[in-house]
Design a binder for this molecule. Structure first.
Ligand code: HEM
Length: 491
């Protein structure tokens, strides 16, 4: 009886506190807060947000609320009251704002794993310094030439190992390629035992990025933190070796770039943390970009044909001249670039960015209260039919006379935190696509019939390769197919 009374009183008190808090919010901000609901006490709308994210229409959470409340609405996700923006102008404003108004804000498990000095979390002059240093290095001709050589080598190795008797999972193949290329650019490590060990620890590390924020032995977060410690040790050993042998004045990798900076703020711990964080796009964003491009092309024969013709022309020219292609050759192909741009728009590899308001702030009549989070959602803008005709249709031609710099297109973010790796991502994808379409052609008849009948191909047709992709990369095509059939060109 006593227990029932205690529980009832506690529930009553909690409800009263929540109601008072909500009424206080209402009266404090009058009608300036955007419409929307804060959902359930404590969990808010997180469960619905997460379950939509894993469904085959991840944008349904946003679409439903946008139709009820407008392009900017309030919600409560990941433990914080949040203003969600699906409005391109508001997003642009958030991206352009400096650290006096908004600072990055991510779930606790993520911040613990990335470390306090991660570029994704720090602000002000230190963030600008590191951003500038790595951005300039990633843009350098010397690095682009190295990336091109490495990509050519690893892509050739990977594609020559594709066999007819077992399916080729594009995302796994591109992960191997992109991770090796990026790790070489970051710490000059070549494939071998140490790289394999690093990859093993790295996979453990990233598996905890979206875990519960409980750091106890046995939990995912704990295991990820242990894996990170081992990686930090490896990177610190590399830093020490570089310091002992005299730092290279002409940087060969990102560690050299950061060690060359005279600022005392760039400590070895900060360098190690950031090097590890920068491996994430090599394992995730860039491979997803290549996988999605392959998938969209396999389902759009006209685009695949035009891309193939453009790349074949370049290949013939190269064969005549007898020299290997350089980075600018790959980036000079206009249709290939539109294919990558359209893949970035439809694929929404990074769905948006999270920030926290340091003071009350009003944008386009919407108040973002101090201490609240704001989620600038890029995906809803990229898939809005007011911005793009037939937004769910893969249509690279739409970019032929469209301005890419508009605020309706922000796959790499913007402002002071604009992704410094964007040129590299495009270059790697261009090289992968070139080698793919100049070595293999789609057997569209087979792809069509096998997929329609859901026939399990045993891969025994001579010369036929079965390409597959995980379910997670295909939420955007209405009739998503899990495989496509390709055959190698006969030389
Ligand atoms: C398709 C591939 C990629 C996509 C879609 C992508 C997307 C993004 C986005 C949206 C941001 C902004 C985050 C924010 O504003 O909080 C960002 C930041 C960043 N990206 Fe990328 N990225 C990609 C590839 C790369 C690559 C290859 C690198 C190279 C290491 C890289 C390194 C970074 C870094 C260091 C930042 C943090 C910049 C800062 O806060 O100053 N990214 N990326």
């Amino acid at each position: 009886m006593d227990n029932i009374l205690i529980v009832s009183v506690t529930v009553f008190l909690l409800c009263t506190v929540i109601l008072l808090y909500r009424n206080r919010l209402k009266s404090k901000y009058r009608n300036k807060l955007p419409l929307g609901t804060l959902g359930w006490p404590f969990i808010g709308e997180t469960l619905e947000f997460v379950s939509c994210a894993y469904s085959d229409r991840p944008e349904s959470f946003m679409d439903k609320r946008r139709s009820m409340y407008g392009k900017v609405f309030k919600s409560h996700i990941f433990g914080s009251p949040t203003i969600v923006s699906t409005d391109a102008d508001v997003n642009k404003f958030i991206l352009q704002s400096d650290a006096k108004v908004f600072v990055p804000s991510y779930p606790k498990s993520l911040t613990q794993l990335m470390g306090e000095s991660s570029i994704l979390l720090i602000n002000g002059s230190l963030q600008r310094r590191i951003h500038g240093l790595i951005g300039a290095f990633f843009k350098s001709q010397q690095l682009k030439a190295q990336i091109t050589r490495d990509m050519q080598k690893y892509v050739t190795e990977s594609m020559s190992s594709w066999k007819e008797d077992s399916p080729v999972y594009i995302q796994d193949e591109t992960k191997k390629i992109a991770f090796h290329v990026l790790v070489k650019a970051l710490i000059s490590l070549d494939p071998g035992e140490e790289m394999e060990l690093l990859k093993k620890h790295f996979q453990e590390f990233i598996s905890g990025l979206m875990s519960l924020p409980i750091n106890l032995p046995g939990t995912k977060l704990y295991q990820s933190l242990q894996a990170k410690k081992k990686m930090v040790k490896l990177v610190r050993r590399i830093i020490l070796a570089k310091r002992n042998s005299g730092i290279c004045r002409v940087p060969k990798d990102v560690v050299d770039v950061l060690l060359n900076d005279a600022s005392e703020k760039l400590t070895d711990d900060l360098i190690a943390d950031n090097i590890i964080d920068m491996m994430i796009p090599g394992e995730d964003s860039v491979p997803v970009l290549m996988t999605l491009a392959t998938k969209y092309l396999s389902e759009c024969p006209a685009a695949l044909q035009q891309l193939t013709e453009e790349n074949m022309k370049l290949k013939k020219l190269q064969d005549q001249v007898g020299e290997s292609l350089c980075w600018s050759d790959y980036l000079s192909l206009p249709f290939t670039q539109t294919v990558i741009t359209e893949t970035l728009r439809m694929g929404n590899i990074i769905i948006g960015v999270m920030r926290k308001a340091l003071r009350d702030f009003e944008i386009k009549g919407n108040l973002i209260p101090k201490g609240w989070c704001v989620f600038a959602n890029f995906r809803s803008v990229h898939l809005d039919d007011r911005n793009y005709e037939c937004p769910y249709q893969f249509n690279p031609w739409r970019w032929q006379d469209k301005d890419m710099s508009s605020c309706n297109f922000t796959p790499f973010g913007g402002g002071q935190r604009l992704c410094p790796g964007l040129d590299l991502a495009r270059l790697e994808a261009s090289i992968f696509l070139h080698h793919f379409v100049t070595q293999f052609r789609c057997n569209s008849e087979l792809s069509h019939s096998k997929n329609e009948k859901e026939d399990a191909c045993d891969g025994k047709e001579s010369g036929i390769l079965r390409l597959g992709w995980p379910k997670s990369v295909e939420p955007l095509l209405p009739k998503a197919k899990e495989q496509a059939f390709y055959e190698k060109y006969k030389m």
